[in-house]
Write a protein that binds this ligand. Structure first.
Ligand code: NAD
Length: 453
């Protein structure tokens, strides 16, 4: 018995009926999403607090407002985005009409992760619905309180012949992926990304893969350590470090490390108090498995700040590790927790080499008072996104595409990029039915006269 067959059949029929295509229908779905956020805000805040001990501030800025902004932008621009895009023509097509039509793919699958379980479900959903698709959303089974709200409440705000939430972990998702979709949008870790892409390849289904990795953070000697420490500590500890674009490790000289560590200690104490475990502003690790994995990483290098953990509370203290070697476990995998290793480099060139001999990251951060240094790192490295002198502020701009490169992902979204991701760009040329005398010049038999044209 296939648990998904009936749902998928229903959505396919709805798409074939053409009802998702008019702008009015798309706008109604986006308005439904907006009402869902407004009317269930308290429920969502509670679910996020239960899943991740997410503070109201973090939930507001990184889950609710960011999703609401995407909806508002799509509603404001929907008709403009849907318009055929006229293109330039050559001599042979002067009398034709040539344009790109953005048409929906059809049935879209969105697979989302647990770390921003609302935003990373609704963000792609806005683009998929705005583009006129039918959508199956499979939220993460790990953030189970948010999953429950998405499964039980969200469908009531959307047209249920065109939208469904399905549930399941790896095994069920494996079965779901045996079906043919017209587009798959996946956010998660690179290993699972390979499973998704392999399944998609069987049907030649296009994919967007929003993956993770280790995001370097280079700190130049000329920096003000207090400012850098505030910014790095804030973005490293946001959502208890469980952020795909968090600065994963610092590269700096031993001299800068000596100045940075006390500044980091002071920033962490200001943010979370002398006992961060009792702070309402610090999140928790999502589950036991990730807690154990992170606790194992605390033995790398030497603990300069923090290092405490409490299994009963899934608590890992904001931690800074120094004297970390490139070969240690903490430098092999994405940390995804409030642990910041510092690796020493002797020069900017050495930092750039270090970054370039590893997989291309999702984000890269450079702190320097010299714009030459920032520009050099930008020019000589590659990453999904880049931010000079701060953490992941670049992703707050819907005018910038958000996505990875290499092992941190493929494709992108946010704002108009989401609409484009979920639209097939159909190349169209409409020729007048007559004027055959003009076009006859291309037909055989070919003579030297044809070639002169
Ligand atoms: P994950 O890959 O374990 O899970 C993502 C989704 O895939 C979930 O819905 C899950 O149920 C499903 N899944 C898990 N294992 C599967 C399998 N074997 N077969 C089929 N489906 C499977 O990711 P996660 O642990 O939820 O999230 C953390 C990862 O996601 C990190 O690597 C992080 O960097 C990355 N991430 C990336 C972004 C981004 O925008 N690039 C955003 C958030 C998280």
């Amino acid at each position: 018995m296939d648990p998904f067959a009936d749902t998928l059949q229903r959505l396919r029929e709805a798409f074939s009926s053409g009802r998702t295509r008019p702008a009015e229908f798309r706008a109604a779905q986006l308005n439904g999403l907006s009402r869902f956020l407004r009317e269930n805000k308290q429920l969502l805040l509670e679910a996020l607090a239960q899943d991740l001990h997410k503070s109201a501030f973090e939930a507001e800025v990184s889950e609710i407002s960011i999703s609401q902004n995407e909806i508002n932008l799509a509603l404001r621009n929907l008709r403009a985005w849907m318009k055929d895009e006229k293109v330039s023509k050559n001599l042979a097509t002067q009398l034709d009409s040539a344009f790109i039509r953005k048409e929906p793919f059809g049935l879209v699958l969105i697979l989302s992760p647990w770390n921003y379980p609302l935003n990373l479900s609704l963000g792609p959903l806005v683009g998929a619905l705005a583009a006129g698709n039918c959508v199956v959303l499979k939220p993460s089974e790990i953030s189970k309180n948010t999953e429950k709200v998405l499964a039980e409440v969200l469908p009531g705000y959307l047209d249920q012949s065109c939208f469904a939430v399905v549930l399941g972990g790896p095994q069920e998702t494996g079965r779901l992926l045996e079906h043919k979709f017209d587009y798959i949008f996946f956010t998660g870790n690179p290993q699972v990304g390979k499973i998704v892409m392999t399944a998609a390849a069987k049907h030649l289904t296009p994919v967007t893969l929003e993956l993770g990795g280790k995001n370097p953070c280079y700190v130049d000697d000329n920096c003000d350590p207090e400012t850098v420490a505030n910014r790095v500590a804030f973005f490293r500890c946001f959502n208890a470090g469980q952020t795909c674009v968090a600065p994963d490790y610092v590269l700096c000289s031993p001299e800068m490390q000596t100045r940075l560590v006390p500044a980091l200690q002071s920033a962490i104490t200001r943010f979370y108090g002398d006992d961060p475990q009792s702070s309402p502003n610090l999140g928790r690790i999502i589950n036991e498995k990730h807690f154990q994995r992170l606790r194992g990483l605390l033995s790398c290098g030497r603990v300069a700040i923090g290092g405490q953990s409490d299994e009963s509370d899934l608590y890992i203290a904001p931690t800074v590790l120094v004297d970390v070697q490139e070969t240690e476990p903490v430098m092999q995998e994405e940390i995804f927790g409030p642990i910041l290793p510092i690796v020493n480099v002797r020069s900017l060139g050495q930092a750039i080499d270090f970054i370039n001999r590893r997989e291309k990251p999702l984000a890269l951060y450079v702190f320097s008072k010299s714009s030459q240094v920032v520009k050099r790192v930008l020019a000589q490295t590659s990453s999904g996104g880049f931010c000079g002198n701060d953490g992941f502020m670049h992703l707050t701009l819907a005018s910038l595409p958000f996505g990875g490169v290499g092992s941190s992902g493929m494709g992108n979204y946010h704002g108009r990029f989401s609409f484009d991701t979920f639209s097939h760009h159909r190349a169209c040329l409409l020729r007048p039915p007559g004027l055959e005398k003009i076009y006859a010049i291309r037909y055989p038999p070919h003579t030297p006269r044809n070639l002169r044209v």
